[in-house]
Design a protein. Structure first.
Lengths: 468, 247
């Protein structure tokens, strides 16, 4: 047993390092068919993808921005450089990664994480994958883990074409359309039937250039009876220019397969995080989401699961922490279409220093989803009187024999509990951080140790200076 | 005559607008065991809270010194680090914070040093053994869903691990069955005899005192210490109650 469960000093600076801007070139700021063409040709897209991007751009230009959530008025697409790439090509060897980029990754702990038996690293630096490596034992099992661009030209090209943006279509919303037009980077994972990937696959996304959007696409297909844990972690340095993240995650869980998708997002406080995530689950399959949302200025994030196959199951475990100047609108959606499907949504949200945390859940149980079950539990913790927490549950139940439950609680940190911990020699600040970390343990206990430690660090970081 | 550990002089305190303590004087020497008795609502628990530094109570007069330092204005964490401990009558539940990680953090805070996990586990198991606590409680969230008895045991477990110089026990024996009282008393006895720790025991009953040497007994009525004596006063109260002090 390592001693990692103890959290020591927090050094925010490791998250806030930005390298000098050494990008080879940037595209002009606005978004036109020419730019999309340019991206497409740079990426050496197959023809269908080029057409798909242009079609998505049309849809993007024809759609309005959402008018129901937190304001995104601060976002000016004309000033967002959509595509920036570092001056390095794909590299499978750590030694070939340029020094300054390597330095950033070192600080973020990527190589260490890998050494600690993570299966592979697909770390995205700006818009290109610069480092990508799948450990031999995983590859030997027939598991494909690569960047999406090169996979488009490989033996799995047809599989990608069949699945790419079929779950999240460009028509979904304006930022899905934008994603379809300019997506860049991301991961492709295919786990063949019956294969259990014993160690989690990990991908670390990061934004680096001022004004750069990040439009990575993650496509994961877990075939019949297979089992995978995929971890996505995000940390971005601070900038003054508005930043946009509009990634897409599409997950296909086959018959009796199981996928756990874990995320810790820690965007810089100027980020507009408009990410879309969706999974579809076949008969007897299981989808598990573990989601920690920290950072960003505004977030819209509602991972959605379609329980299509009979007896399929979904669990969503999430935590959202909204501090000063943050408006985080998060939650989960589930659509039950198969019989005897079940879903359990368990979320916690924390708001502090005037932060706004809104939890939205949407549960649809279709008329054929006989004997399906759903439970939603949402707990909010308010750390002061100027913060805000809302819960907006929506339920649409179209069969009589469904079993549906919803529970919401809002609370505060009790002064008595703080005194109790202080009476054992814990400082007030640490006592509050311990109580808040404890509140978040629904997520931290589901995460691998390194990530749980990072999350506790983040909570402590966010709690710092909250006294007086 | 032992060294003075705690010196309370003319201590008055209130919660909101209600004055509860009226000029309490109390001196506890190193290694001494004091018992504080009194009818319900006399202010015994308040004295415990005020000594520990609960910010809910406001000290209106008097001072508290501990090991010769004036700690009247200090926060609870500073008092704990100086060697004071309060066993709560109703320990609070902290979901998600495991008992063992909390105790370890508290020990590290106090010593200012990292504590090796193996060493810590060994000490913890030994203390839990004395209290006959199932080791599963170490992994559970602090006090969360514990029975009343287990909560009290968890308090004494913390006492044994943190090894303070002065432990204030607020009705640690209330709500415990005979066996649990015996185990808790064993933990306290170990603290008293092996550690040479001082005790201020707030109690209604004598069961917990059987195995302890009591140096002094104080009777509190309406926020005042109305009588002090040696250990024999406990028996006297058990016979006659507080009636003669209530006039």
């Amino acid at each position: 047993m390592k001693e990692k469960s103890q959290v020591d000093d927090i050094n925010r600076s490791i998250y806030d390092i930005k390298n000098e801007n050494v990008d080879e070139y940037k595209l002009e700021s606005g978004l036109t068919p020419e730019i999309v063409e340019k991206i497409s040709s740079e990426k050496n897209d197959p023809e269908w993808m080029r057409a798909f991007r242009l079609k998505s751009l049309e849809i993007y230009n024809s759609m309005g921005i959402p008018d129901w959530g937190p304001s995104i008025d601060g976002l000016d697409m004309n000033n967002i450089v959509t595509y920036v790439r570092p001056n390095t090509k794909m590299s499978a060897k750590w030694s070939e990664v340029p020094e300054d980029i390597k330095d950033t990754f070192e600080r973020l702990g990527i190589p260490q994480a890998e050494r600690e038996s993570l299966a592979g690293v697909g770390a995205q630096f700006d818009s290109e994958l610069v480092y990508h490596n799948v450990k031999e034992e995983v590859a030997a099992q027939g598991v494909i883990y690569s960047d999406l661009e090169s996979a488009l030209h490989g033996p799995y090209a047809d599989m990608i074409k069949k699945h790419f943006m079929k779950l999240i279509t460009p028509q979904d919303h304006k930022f899905a359309a934008l994603h379809g037009a300019v997506w860049s980077g991301g991961s492709f994972v295919y786990v063949p039937p019956g294969v259990t990937v014993e160690i989690p696959l990990q991908s670390y996304f990061r934004l680096n250039a001022p004004g750069a959007g990040q439009f990575e696409h993650t496509l994961i297909i877990v075939d019949e009876g297979a089992n995978l844990h995929f971890i996505e972690g995000c940390s971005a340095p601070k900038y003054n220019v508005a930043n946009l993240h509009a990634g897409a995650v599409e997950l296909f869980v086959g018959k009796n397969a199981k996928l756990r998708y874990s995320t810790i997002e820690n965007w810089s406080k100027n980020m507009y995080n408009l990410n879309t995530k969706r999974a579809i689950v076949e008969e007897g399959g299981t989808m598990e989401w573990v989601s920690g949302s920290f950072g960003s200025h505004v977030s819209y994030l509602y991972p959605m699961t379609i329980l299509q196959g009979a007896d399929s199951h979904m669990e969503f475990t999430g935590i959202t922490f909204a501090g000063k100047g943050q408006n985080l609108d998060t939650g989960a959606k589930v659509v039950h279409t198969g019989e005897r499907t079940s879903s359990y949504i368990n979320t916690k949200s924390i708001s502090k220093d005037g932060g706004i945390s809104t939890f939205r859940s949407s549960v649809l149980i279709g008329k054929n989803a006989k004997k399906s079950k759903n439970a939603v539990s949402c707990q909010s913790l308010m750390l002061d009187d100027i913060s805000r927490s809302d819960t907006i549950p929506a339920m649409d139940i179209r069969t009589k024999d469904a079993d549906v439950g919803h529970e919401a609680k809002i609370g505060k940190v009790s002064d008595d509990a703080v005194f109790y911990l202080m009476s054992r020699g814990i400082s007030e600040e640490d006592a509050r951080a311990m109580i808040v970390s404890g509140f978040a343990d629904n997520v931290s206990k589901e995460l691998p140790l390194e990530y749980a430690v990072e999350m506790n660090n983040l909570i402590r970081l966010e709690m710092k200076g909250s006294i007086g | 005559m032992s060294d003075v550990l705690l010196q309370v002089s003319g201590l008055s305190a209130r919660v909101e607008d209600k004055e509860i303590l009226h000029g309490v004087d109390l001196t506890i020497g190193s290694g001494e065991t004091h018992v504080l008795m009194g009818p319900n609502g006399a202010g015994k628990s308040t004295l415990g809270y005020v000594l520990m530094g609960n910010p809910r109570y406001e000290i209106t007069e008097g001072r508290i010194s501990f090991k010769g330092e004036d700690i009247t204005e200090e926060g609870a964490d500073k008092r704990a680090k100086a060697g004071m401990f309060l066993s709560f009558q109703e320990p609070l539940e902290v979901p998600g914070l495991t008992t063992e990680s909390f105790i370890r953090s508290a020990m590290e805070q106090k010593s200012g040093q990292r504590l090796k996990l193996m060493e810590f586990r060994k000490q913890l198991s030994a203390a839990m053994e004395v209290l006959q606590m199932d080791e599963a409680y170490a992994k559970r969230s602090l006090n969360t869903g514990f029975s009343g008895g287990e909560k009290k045991k968890a308090e004494i477990l913390q006492l044994m691990m943190l090894r303070p110089d002065l432990a204030i026990l607020d009705e640690t024996d209330s709500g415990l069955d005979v066996d649990a009282v015996r185990l808790v008393a064993k933990g306290i006895e170990e603290f008293q005899k092996e550690r040479g720790g001082s005790l201020l025991i707030i109690t209604h009953s004598t069961r917990i005192l059987d195995s302890l040497n009591v140096d002094k007994t104080h009777i509190m009525v309406n926020g005042r210490l109305v009588n002090s004596g040696d250990g024999s006063l406990v028996a006297e109260i058990n016979q006659g109650g507080y009636e003669k002090y209530m006039a």
